[in-house]
Design a protein around this ligand. Structure first.
Ligand code: FO1
Length: 318
């Protein structure tokens, strides 16, 4: 009997942000059965705005898997219009966090369902079904565990820091409020425990992946498994967003090796970009299995190529 390919087994993927969504899309497309993929998504960016529950990372992942994402921003919806936000601005309301007209439908319907008592993971499943997403997408927890950014100016709520202040305040650390008492959403630990391998997307380690790992039981569920992380830092800079700036402000030189160090003891496999090939030996001192490849997901084909490269490497070097 031939050995089943990893691409036919169960995979779990930890993701947040735009880079995370792009890699998730690649993995989903690289698998013969997208239903064998469970995506566990950061909820630290979630907040309430206009009385609506906004879940940026869940929505970014789901829109991207459904092909509904706005290609210009990576977040929000394709073909978006902004009539509601424009009308809000005329009234003097807050328009710093831009909610498009189509995107608003997601927040309205999610908030209605939450108020009716439906848990977030069921809402995510219902929305994925409606949008034709075959992979399973789970919030890491159904509870509110907001990321708080500790800055030179004091504590800032995540979206205040990220969008309103355009990640300019200097960071000193992060807090995931209430994480220690939060319960993982149904299916999260089961999916991690039964996964043949766990992937960590090239997402921001501090504010996309760490808030997932902070939920009790998550680290334990993946301990001892093949866990492969893809570096979000390429050539000393973040592909998108503030990851490199955060490393610097926390006192580390941003590099693929610094990301590997951040994940020391958690990951068995680490993927870095060709631009950082000179760090492969140093990373091998931190993580046993190291792959150097082109990680830049400049179009949909490259997302799938990267996923295929990582999955076939995991098969060869489990
Ligand atoms: N990011 C921005 O930089 N500016 C925005 O106005 C903005 C609005 C927005 C609306 C819905 C949504 O799901 C995401 C949105 N994002 C926006 C992205 C969001 O801040 C994410 O948390 C970050 O991209 C980090 O992943």
């Amino acid at each position: 009997m031939t050995q089943p390919h990893l691409s036919q087994k169960h995979l779990s993927l930890l993701a947040g942000g735009v880079g995370g969504a792009k890699f998730t899309y690649g993995v989903m497309r690289a698998l013969p059965d997208p239903a064998s993929l469970t995506v566990i998504v950061n909820v630290g960016d979630d907040f309430e705005h206009f009385g609506l529950k906004i879940c940026p990372d869940l929505d970014t992942v789901c829109y991207t898997l459904a092909g509904l994402e706005n290609p210009a921003t990576g977040w929000g919806r394709r073909g978006e219009s902004w009539r509601v936000m424009e009308a809000v601005a005329v009234l003097g309301g807050p328009d710093w966090f831009r909610l498009g007209d189509l995107d608003l439908a997601t927040h309205l319907e999610r908030t209605r369902r939450l108020r009716a008592g439906q848990p977030l993971h069921e809402i995510a499943a219902a929305f994925c079904k409606a949008w034709g997403v075959k992979a399973r997408v789970l919030p890491v927890t159904n509870e509110s565990v907001p990321t708080v950014v500790l800055t030179d100016e004091g504590e800032l709520a995540f979206q205040e820091y990220f969008v309103r202040r355009r990640w300019q305040p200097r960071v000193r650390g992060f807090r995931f409020a209430g994480a220690e008492n939060a319960r993982p959403a149904p299916g999260v630990l089961e999916s991690l425990r039964t996964a043949d391998a766990v992937l960590i997307a090239p997402s921001n380690p501090f504010v996309s992946i760490d808030p997932i790992l902070a939920i009790p039981g998550v680290r334990e569920a993946i301990a001892g498994k093949p866990v492969a992380a893809v570096s979000p830092i390429v050539g000393g800079e973040a592909v998108k967003g503030p990851a490199a700036k955060m490393f610097r402000e926390l006192g580390y030189e941003p590099s693929a090796a610094a990301v590997a160090e951040h994940y020391r003891g958690l990951v068995s496999h680490f993927v870095l970009d060709e631009a950082d090939a000179d760090q492969a030996a140093a990373v091998r001192q931190i993580v046993p299995h190291v792959l150097v490849t082109d990680t830049l997901m400049t179009d949909a084909t490259k997302r799938v190529e990267l996923a295929r490269t990582v999955l076939s490497w995991l098969e060869r070097e489990p």
